[in-house]
Design a protein. Structure first.
Length: 474
């Protein structure tokens, strides 16, 4: 359960508290230990999935009571049974924001599956608490019990693909702790051969750590915590303080991912279908890059016309690689062709496509959003799963077909054998990689390929009739 204490005897179970509802809609929970230590918890429920927690510890006895170091736990986060299985740590995570030193948000569980190896000490329980290094925040060791990191924090969060819990103490926490649980496979026994690659994370949980203190008779101590428990929705999370929207984990191109998500939701306001919104945004992105794409295509077509001459140069100077390079570059210069002209414009577009890919990977807006035959854009299609022995995902197949068509239409100076290999290898590889991806991702890439095919059709006749130049004597 969430918001329970560990390390404070008498306050670790929900059944120990008496809960009452107040007239203003808030709640009060009360518990008292035998030594006179009382805990008064006031819970105020706000809009947008926020709670304000105010814990007041009161010493009602006549002796000094010591509060030891203790933890306030967030609830565990699990992989949903419906989520596509692209390894648990793709979506399960634990984040923390250091309160001092100007550090950015730490994504602590990124490499957690590496902790689970074939060690007998790790096979007695599927739950392995872990800690992190104070130096670089990388996971370094599996421990027999959860140990806190003694490092002040502004907030701690645990999350899965679509939802997140964030605990933000008004006065910074003195540290944080977390536990990661792996999936225990059926029939694993007491000596499983669990490799780094096969370990799958089942759940994560985290806690704020607070130092101990003493309460004199009749003295009280108050702690306030803002608690968010709700969807990983950027429009809500961006209103939270202290960079809490970083739990979205957009990566290197954060600003670009945020922009694309805002535009996607903006399109949805006018056309309330996320499938159409993805297609229209893809069309807009390709349109924005049309001048660059056209220049790249024209450059590649020019290089294609020189392909016979380059083959002739290679044959003529087959025993002199240096001369081959010199003559090839002279040929490019003579015909005013930049050999990188076909690549550089495409490289400029890569950050945009990566950022959009990241947005679609775990956008909660796509959860249960339908499009045509697709019931949920956040999951694979899984067609005829109740009839066929395997689930059929149609979009990845369409995507692979469009890749073949696009590659056939794309001018290239590569050797025919290389062209044939790439024509088969790339679509097959993408089909294998993307087959179980969320439908939104494959819809995006399929739409992207279809727009690229149309762009090729619009420019295919521009250089038609070009005469293949003849090789001049050196």
């Amino acid at each position: 359960p969430a918001l329970i204490y560990s390390g404070l005897s008498g306050f670790t179970g929900a059944d120990l508290f008496k809960v009452t509802e107040n007239e203003d809609g808030s709640f009060t929970a009360f518990a008292e230990r035998g030594d006179g230590l009382q805990l008064h918890r006031h819970i105020e429920i706000s809009d947008d999935y926020r709670l304000k927690i105010k814990d007041t510890f009161v010493n009602s006895g006549d002796t000094v009571i010591g509060l030891p170091k203790h933890k306030l736990w967030l609830g565990s986060m699990h992989m949903s049974q419906a989520e596509s299985k692209i390894r648990g740590m793709e979506y399960l995570g634990i984040d923390a924001h250091p309160a001092i030193g100007g550090e950015s948000v730490l994504h602590l569980s990124k490499h957690a599956h590496r902790l689970f190896k074939s060690k007998k000490s790790e096979t007695k329980t599927p739950s392995l608490p872990v800690t992190v290094s104070d130096m670089d925040a990388r996971l370094v060791k599996a421990l027999s019990k959860p140990l806190p990191v003694i490092k002040p924090v502004d907030w701690v969060a645990v999350k899965n693909k679509f939802f997140v819990q964030i605990a933000e103490p008004i006065t910074m926490g003195d540290g944080y702790s977390f536990v990661i649980e792996r999936v225990k496979e059926p029939g694993e026994g007491f000596d499983p051969k669990v490799t780094v690659k096969s370990a799958t994370i089942a759940s994560v949980s985290g806690a704020l750590v607070f130092d101990g203190t003493e309460l004199l008779p009749e003295q009280e101590f108050t702690r306030e915590v803002n608690y968010y428990v709700g969807p990983k929705k950027y429009s809500i999370l961006k209103t939270l303080p202290k960079s809490q929207d970083a739990v979205m984990e957009f990566g290197f191109w954060t600003w670009l991912s945020k922009f694309l998500l805002i535009v996607l939701n903006g399109i949805y306001k006018f056309i309330p279908n996320y499938g159409l919104a993805i297609i229209l945004l893809t069309l807009g992105l390709r349109g924005a890059f049309w001048p660059i794409t056209r220049k790249s295509t024209e450059s590649m077509k020019k290089m294609q016309t020189l392909s016979p001459l380059i083959t002739e140069i290679k044959e003529k100077y087959k025993n002199d690689p240096k001369r081959v390079n010199e003559e090839t570059m002279r040929l490019y210069k003579e015909h005013k062709i930049n050999p990188m002209g076909g690549c550089l414009p495409m490289l400029i577009q890569i950050p945009v496509f990566i950022a959009f890919f990241i947005v679609l990977r775990s956008a909660i807006e796509l959860r249960f959003a339908g499009f045509l035959w697709i019931k949920d854009l956040s999951e694979p299609e899984r067609l005829f799963s109740d009839v066929l022995p395997f689930a059929l995902n149609l979009l990845p197949i369409i995507m692979a077909v469009t890749m073949v068509i696009h590659q056939k239409m794309t001018p290239t100076s590569a050797e025919p054998s290389q062209q044939k290999m790439m024509l088969i290898f790339m679509p097959a590889m993408m089909l294998f990689i993307c087959y179980n991806f969320p439908a939104a991702l494959t819809l995006y890439w399929t739409a992207n390929q279809l727009v690229a095919i149309v762009a090729q059709l619009l420019t295919k006749d521009k250089n038609k009739g070009n005469i293949v130049p003849k090789l001049k004597k050196a």
